[in-house]
Design a protein around this ligand. Sequence first.
Ligand code: FAD
Length: 402
Amino acid sequence: MKPLRYAVIGGGINGLAVARQLLLDDPDVRVTVFEKEEAVAQHQSSHNSGVVHAGLYYEPGGLKATLCRRGVELVKRYCEQNALPYDECGKVVVALGEEELPRLEAIYRKALANGVPDVEMIDAARLREIEPNCVGLRALYSPRTAIVSYGQIAQRMAQEIEERGGTIRLNASVRRVIERGDQVHIELQSGEMHPEAFDSAIACSGLQSDRLAQQSGDAATPRIVPFFGQYYVIDEAYKSHVKGLIYPVPDPRFPFLGVHFTKRIDGQMTIGPNAFISLGRENYHGDRFSLRDIADYLSYPGFWKFASRNVPATLRELKTVVSERIFVREAARYVPALAEVGVTPAVRGIRAQAMESNGRLVDDFVIRQSSRVTHIRNAPSPGATSSLAIGEHIVRNLIRRD
Ligand SMILES: Cc1cc2nc3c(=O)[nH]c(=O)nc-3n(C[C@H](O)[C@H](O)[C@H](O)COP(=O)(O)OP(=O)(O)OC[C@H]3O[C@@H](n4cnc5c(N)ncnc54)[C@H](O)[C@@H]3O)c2cc1C
């Protein structure tokens, strides 16, 4: 029998995880990864907080909850097996006011329902033992939350794919995936058709996922609306003021987790990310505006519905965008000793966040499938934590379920 041939579009951590899983499960298959950049993992997979989320916030039973929990296990094992750094530095989610306590309790219940190990609710005294400079009424402590470099993990996966006989085609931007009879063809942006036909294709194209899906005949919605997240690095002399990860209790009026302290695997301590609409899907330094990207969301009715419902969030985030000081003070509510700390801007991350036409941000992961083509339509955080589990899920439950 001829070996099965798979095309994977997108060499971010999810595409690489899918390609690796295909080769692991059947060493005879032929796998080609198409990546538009000159190297793998140049977008979300190397511009994120580097947190291995333990599974605190996600709706029990949903894909995020299930794949995040499995993902933690797999990422930890992958780092161990490949001598990549994995630091279980722990995380506290801190309530500053009484009104936040019911929401903190709700997160605790979800964490228990999701099977997150060793989580506990702690009082202010215990919080001080864990994070001596942090203030708060109560906190949820997750000692198993960890940090890694997803960029490094992705690089290692790319190497492994090639070692296992897979092919990674760089500088290969795919315009559309064409399903014809029992074959799938890949048309490149250059207009050229890839010479080889495939039995199946999996599109994991992050910030471009809605466009590639629509051009390939999948539904136009949900659409990707890019939200950037700015980070600042704390001056070296102050970084030991925070030991691990300090997060606020998410405010249900605001769609993202809120500015937090994140220890990095290279030892730096960062504050961020905030969340604000980006003037380009790949505008990492604030100087690569894209009129096409801006026009895309301005012409999307969902965006205006979202914007009209999120005026307070927009104003709060805008303040942190225009003023570095406000940004730092927002975080320093949890660590007052850092209110005046010096910071250096770091490169932004840009979230590929899917939005429905009614303006709702899609919360769970969305993976759509026709007979031979699978599209990841929404894989925001904890998408990197979950990547190896997303790969496993797509390969074992969707593609090869027969
Ligand atoms: C600010 C921020 C912080 C985050 N923090 C965390 C965190 O702490 N923990 C966590 O688990 N998750 C986090 N995430 C989420 C995580 O980074 C993403 O879920 C994950 O990286 C998604 O991986 P991906 O492979 O789907 O997408 P990407 O990494 O964006 O990769 C998509 C790839 O597809 C390629 N591509 C696109 N279009 C085409 C095309 N037409 N042809 C060929 N190639 C194409 C791109 O060049 C890119 O390489 C964060 C994200 C952001 C933005």
